[in-house]
Write a protein that binds this ligand. Structure first.
Ligand SMILES: [Zn+2]
Length: 301
């Protein structure tokens, strides 16, 4: 794949999906680093790296140690607009523990929304689906939330004036989440024509996070052929989405394994361009509009 030519150029300055609390190396070590209190020097180093790379907007996906909150406080010193949901929310028994808090009942869910409000959260991040099994294609683990739950969760967040950033994979859960009214679709692997047309219809912004898969090729932790199938499928769907007029924004899931802050974002831009093939220029425009829309929608109304 010839994408070298664009590797030095950051033509979009909005990282729309990052986790300050994670470091791209080892999530256990990373979480431990900020466990007692956010490690300020570490946060400052990352913010400086974003600034030096020309990145001026970062949307965090949450954590349980207020690391992203500290990042938001420090970000103006670096000329960065930093947005955070404080923590992500997942239903007990489903995926999401690493970056969030959980609930069993709607009453508990409402309490979490209240907590986010008090902490000055910019938006709500919910885990509405599972994660890809990097060892088996195509397989999603830890999903299965009902459409009913999705509707309630999104509805309550909207009622409180929050936009909703939703982690979902798989065409069926994606359709349910879109019907529930999510504002941005995160990851969104294994889509179909049907989910894409719903995506287009609802006007939600899709952040495809290609880097977590593609950056692991050759690493040996998961089979390369599985990673390649997920990545290639996602890039095909991204191209199709662009052609259909779906809103797309660049976000790498920075902090995920082998997706370091800053360079992970640069990788993501390259993968998005690679997906666009001949239509690179069009993709640049689409991502610029998508990033602008994320910045506008994902702040407290
Ligand atoms: Zn995330």
């Amino acid at each position: 794949m010839n994408i070298q030519a664009d590797s030095q150029r950051v033509w979009n300055t909005s990282e729309c999906h990052a986790h300050m609390v994670l470091d791209g190396v080892d999530f256990r070590v990373a979480l431990a680093r900020h466990e007692r209190a956010p490690e300020e020097n570490f946060i400052r180093r990352i913010l400086a790296a974003y600034r030096d790379a020309g990145i001026t907007y970062v949307r965090d996906g949450g954590d349980t140690s207020k690391t992203s909150v500290r990042a938001r406080e420090l970000a103006p010193e670096y000329g960065i607009e930093y947005r955070t949901p404080i923590f992500a929310i997942h239903k007990n028994g489903f995926y999401g523990k690493i970056v969030g808090k959980s609930f069993d009942t709607l009453r508990e869910y409402r309490q979490l929304i209240e907590e986010i409000k008090k902490a000055g959260g910019d938006f709500v991040k919910v885990m509405l689906g599972g994660i890809l099994d990097f060892d088996v294609y195509p397989q999603i683990n830890g999903g299965g939330l009902s459409a009913e739950w999705m509707r309630e969760m999104v509805h309550i967040a909207h009622e409180e004036g929050f936009s909703v950033m939703a982690h979902v994979n798989g065409a069926e859960p994606i359709c349910a989440a879109l019907e529930a009214g999510i504002d941005s679709l995160e990851h969104g692997y294994l889509q179909t024509e049907e989910s894409l047309s719903l995506l287009k219809e609802t006007g939600a912004v899709w952040v495809p996070t290609i880097s977590p898969l593609m950056n692991q090729i050759g690493d040996g932790r998961s089979p390369d052929n599985v990673l390649e199938r997920y990545g290639a499928a996602q890039m095909d769907i991204v191209l199709r989405a662009m052609q259909l007029g779906v809103k797309l924004a660049p976000g790498s899931d920075a902090g995920a394994y082998l997706v370091p802050h800053v360079t992970g974002y640069q990788d993501e831009l390259r993968w998005m361009l690679a997906a666009a093939g001949e239509e690179k220029e069009r993709m640049i425009g689409v991502l610029e509009r998508g990033a602008r829309e994320i910045a506008e929608r994902f702040r407290r109304m």
